[in-house]
Design a protein around this ligand. Structure first.
Ligand SMILES: [Ca+2]
Length: 504
């Protein structure tokens, strides 16, 4: 698929060259004509030159902006049919490009981030919550080598210290939860008066600033400074993960607030937080528009996992309870929109299966570079779909998931209708999205077409037999010292301070 994507870009380039040759031929003919016609021909040449310039720009490496919201399931976006929140900027984005209806993350933050950044299923490189193995190769490292300027702004939660983002391929960063590790210390606020790490420095804000404003300002500044491109701007958003608290656009916003700790109370603020998420996406779009680089920028919006379990939303008459942490649709079915004006057809919908291992190969295809020889990603590029070319959609996706790592995890393969777990449970997720009726005992009664789909899934799952790989703990000094942590938690609670975050 990766090779197919590269060929398609080459084919586009070829058609531009063909147009240029035609224009040159027309010009030679015009030179033999009368002065008046000669003048007309010169004007045509001028117009042609402008078109040529535009065509040349379109063959340059595109900028890439990858935005990933935190805890915002498929049902939260109006363009997907959600009716509980207002998402006008995301709706515009969907109208300007392609909306995917079957994108799957992992059930929580770290497993999704590791899978997204490395292109590998978790059974190959996941260690534990809150860490990315420093020996892994990320999409940022590959694109940086290909000549991209790289930046990450938002939430990190992968350890590695102040040099971690640089190590993983980012030239610049502005992040929450990088140097302040939850197992060792109290994590500062992510929202009002946040504590961040910015390009090697710990910076605590006490001026009423709002974390999402700061990181998006940083990203916009990076984009402005690197407008000539190519650049990769990775924006794993701080929003709209709990604590549920007012945004600067809420009526009861308090700029003196120290942040709401890690409370999941007050989910009604989630409405305001989704609205602010949408606003931040619009801010990035506006920045690209202002610089006139929208047509040479691929903007992708996704989310790292389903909505928090304390939030209930609606899709018309359907009531959707958040399912973060679950391996059901409620935990892993996430929004995905890709906008690339002038290249992706407007207002298109793609029903193909996509999972988080597919992003690294896609970004590599967009950057017209190659995957390192010692890396064999599990996913496949969805660039053909974006270009409206003939694509070979995935027939299934795989998942291995265990929040705390270890040898065993929840494991399954699925297509759009069926899901088969390692322990032989079978669900028709086409009409049982919460997996309430195990059909393993009904196998013999199923129609032949369904049986053949399940056989295909069984064959796919067998590919992963015995592939779990246990990697050594990279930062043993950061592991929780349970007794000390517990004592510290009790002490802080007695003092009225928030306990160390156990954020997902
Ligand atoms: Ca998350």
């Amino acid at each position: 698929m990766f090779q197919a994507g590269r060929r398609e870009i080459a084919a586009n380039s070829g058609s531009c060259l063909f147009d240029c040759e035609n224009r040159s031929h027309a010009l030679r003919k015009a030179e033999r004509l009368t002065p008046l016609i000669h003048l007309i021909a010169a004007l045509c040449l001028l117009i042609g030159s402008e078109k040529l310039s535009s065509a040349a720009e379109s063959t340059a490496l595109p900028n890439i902006v990858l935005i990933m919201a935190d805890d915002m399931g498929y049902e939260c976006v109006e363009a997907n049919g959600g009716t509980s929140y207002k998402t006008p900027r995301l709706n515009e984005l969907a109208k300007s490009g392609m909306r995917f209806t079957h994108c799957y993350s992992q059930p929580i933050c770290t497993p999704s981030r590791v899978e997204l950044m490395t292109g590998l299923y978790n059974q190959r490189n996941y260690i534990r919550f809150g860490v990315l193995d420093p020996k892994q190769i990320t999409f940022a490292q590959i694109l940086k080598k290909a000549g991209y300027k790289t930046c990450i702004a938002g939430k990190w939660q992968l350890e590695g210290g102040l040099e971690g983002p640089h190590h993983f391929g980012f030239d610049e960063y502005c992040l929450w939860q990088l140097a302040r590790i939850p197992t060792l210390t109290t994590v500062p606020s992510r929202y009002p008066n946040p504590g961040l790490e910015i390009n090697g420095k710990i910076v605590d804000f006490h001026d009423g600033s709002y974390g999402p404003d700061i990181v998006s300002d940083f990203l916009c500044d990076f984009i402005r400074r690197n407008r000539k491109g190519p650049f990769l701007a990775y924006y794993p958003m701080i929003l709209p993960h709990w604590p549920f608290e007012p945004t600067p656009d809420s009526q009861d916003w308090d700029p003196r607030s120290p942040g709401a700790g890690h409370s999941q109370k007050h989910p009604h603020y989630f409405v305001d937080m989704v609205a602010y998420t949408d606003k931040m996406v619009g801010k990035i779009v506006d920045q690209l528009d202002e610089l006139g680089i929208r047509e040479n920028t691929v903007l992708i919006f996704i989310c790292d996992n389903g909505t928090a379990t304390t939030v209930t939303s609606r899709m018309g008459h359907r009531v959707i309870k958040g399912g973060k942490g679950l391996t059901t649709e409620a935990g892993m079915h996430v929004p995905m929109i890709v906008s690339w004006p002038g290249t992706i057809r407007r207002a298109t919908v793609c029903d193909d299966l996509v999972d988080f291992t597919d992003f690294l190969p896609t970004l590599v295809s967009l950057a017209k570079t190659t995957i390192p020889a010692d890396l064999s990603p599990d996913g496949q590029s969805f660039l053909p779909q974006l270009l409206g070319k003939k694509a070979i959609p995935r027939r299934w996706i795989y998942c291995w998931y265990a929040r705390n790592g270890g040898p065993k995890g929840a494991e399954f393969v699925q297509n759009k209708k069926w899901k088969l777990y390692r322990d032989n449970r079978i669900y028709n997720i086409g009409n049982d999205r919460l997996e309430q009726k195990n059909l393993a005992d009904s196998w013999n009664t199923l129609p032949e077409t369904d049986k053949s789909q399940l056989e295909m899934l069984r064959h796919a799952l067998a590919k992963y037999d015995g592939t779990r790989r246990l990697l050594p703990e990279p930062y043993p000094e950061n592991r929780p010292k349970k007794r000390k942590i517990r004592k510290r938690q009790i002490r802080k609670l007695q003092q009225g301070s928030p306990a160390p975050s156990t954020s997902n």
